[in-house]
Design a protein around this ligand. Structure first.
Ligand code: OAD
Length: 242
């Protein structure tokens, strides 16, 4: 570990929001244990039965609207506000808890629950209201082409150009609360390592791609991440007081 970092990149997954009461995907009570990915999270499913897919995401909205950020989200905001480096967040989460925690530089590679995209003209709209096959695009006026702006299996990730730039220049890469089984996000640690970043994983348990991490910090992110951030801040304050 270095004494001072200039470009910190933080990849977050569902585990960072678990302490806010949101279910992860692959836990016992997780979304993918209660629903088939093929029915609600593939582009084929959307084309076959758009209203079934819309209902699935519309039903999630009240819970995600009400969720509050926890100490892990807040620790990242503190790092952004107090540590003298550029700090970016790549999140796989469709919740908006980083924004609610007042973090900046948030890149949603899997989309956001509060957005829909028009498959006809590409317009992205923000809405916490219901979207259906009867929704009319406010930009092109076409009905029935608004899709939840959530990346389904079989679709390209969002903002990948930015992600690649960030992975190349990161000197510290943190992965928080992700199982590391969904690609390409699961390979980001490998890329960051290849370009020279120190890499640290925060999780309750060992994950399958733990080979590329220099450190594993086990435990709840709401406890381990604030402590890690405090240590980083102390280190840089100590250095500047010498
Ligand atoms: P997963 O459900 O696969 O993994 C959540 C991870 O968080 C697990 O490794 C847990 O051990 C860990 N975890 C749980 N609670 C934690 C806590 N309090 N502190 C630290 N770690 C904790 O969720 P993701 O890895 O985010 O994609 O899943 C990746 C993608 O798979 C999602 O974005 C979603 C899904 O299919 C799309 O929907 C496109």
């Amino acid at each position: 570990m270095k004494e001072k970092y200039n470009n910190i990149l933080i990849l977050t997954g569902a585990g960072i929001s678990a302490e806010s009461g949101l279910a992860t995907f692959r836990s016992e009570n997780g979304l993918w244990n209660n629903h088939r990915v093929e029915d609600v999270a593939t582009i084929e499913a959307y084309h076959k039965n758009p209203d079934y897919v819309h209902d699935f995401y519309n039903n999630m909205k009240p819970e995600l609207w009400n969720a509050r950020p926890n100490n892990a989200h807040l620790a990242i905001t503190k790092l952004q506000q107090e540590y003298p480096a550029e700090v970016h967040i790549i999140t796989q989460n469709i919740d908006t808890l980083h924004e609610k925690a007042k973090s900046k530089n948030v890149h949603h590679i899997h989309g956001q629950i509060n957005q829909a995209v028009c498959l006809h003209c590409g317009k992205v709209i923000e809405t916490w209201g219901d979207v259906s096959s009867e929704t009319v695009c406010e930009s092109c006026g076409v009905m029935g082409m608004m899709k939840p702006n959530i990346v389904f299996f079989g679709e390209d990730l969002l903002c990948m150009n930015k992600v690649e730039e960030l992975l190349r220049k990161a000197d510290l890469f943190l992965s928080v609360g992700t199982s590391g089984v969904v690609f390409p996000a699961a390979s980001f640690v490998q890329t960051a390592k290849y370009y020279g970043a120190d890499t640290v994983e925060f999780n309750l348990e060992a994950t399958s791609n733990n080979f590329y991490f220099d450190r594993h910090i086990m435990g709840k992110a709401g406890e381990t991440l604030p402590k890690f951030v405090e240590d980083l801040l102390n280190q840089v304050h100590y250095k500047s007081s010498l």
